[in-house]
Design a protein around this ligand. Sequence first.
Ligand code: SIN
Length: 277
Amino acid sequence: MTASFDIEPAADGFSASIRGLDLAAPIDAAASARVAEAFLAHKVLVFRGQQLDVAGFAKAGGIFGRLVEHALDQYRHPEWPAVSIISNRNPRTGIVDPKGAARGTGWHTDQSYARTPCKATALYAVVLPSAGGDTLFVDTARAYADLAPEIRSQADRAAAMFSWGGRNPGNAAPLTPAQRARLPEVVHPLVLQHPETGAKALYIDETNAVRVVDGDAESGEALLKRLFAHATTDAYLYRHRWSKGDLVVWDNRCTAHRAAGGYPPGEERTMYRTQIA
Ligand code: SIN
């Protein structure tokens, strides 16, 4: 039987910390059910004090569903392909890339460039810099609920074209011809209805949402900009300041996130990441 553990929601309910649950140990059905319920209620779960190797991390991600490999094969762990290594340190040369801190700093939601994006992502701190390197999350369901009726009805009717790094190509790894062939442009609505809670949420992505598909380009761009600006204000924000041993899992169907960067150049930041189907 899984030992008892605490779930501590943030004051506004967006995110919760889980203490006393060892993700490396077997998790029984009652504990899994509590975690699944907290995941839907709080959207971002922070499991504190974990000690996981790559196999333990993959097992922990598996509590939430089937793991899927990252579309860019160069990030995959050599023995655990569903685990990506997100690092500013080159594994071959050991050199830390001073520009690595800029990576992932545009607001996005994972795999929005794919036909079927992943429902969740898990991220685990392996090596942290001495300062900075936070991850920011916004609650896009609450942002949707707060929209003025007129803009909400525009968002409800709109869809956008998404492609890998399409809006900000300078800040996304270039695709090989094979990767490009696997990732054609896709269309997603700008408002998603969560398949489990039924709540509607904005589907915003400053990195991959290239343009609104119908209507004139100028009004489409104005709508995207207005929705990004609205959803990414502090009113909907949770800032995760990483500690060693944190594993964070988030729901991509009702949140967006970005890396905050801002850590000292030359310091390593290495995370394990996996996507959950
Ligand atoms: C991500 O964008 O999936 C990772 C965020 C981070 O590295 O903080």
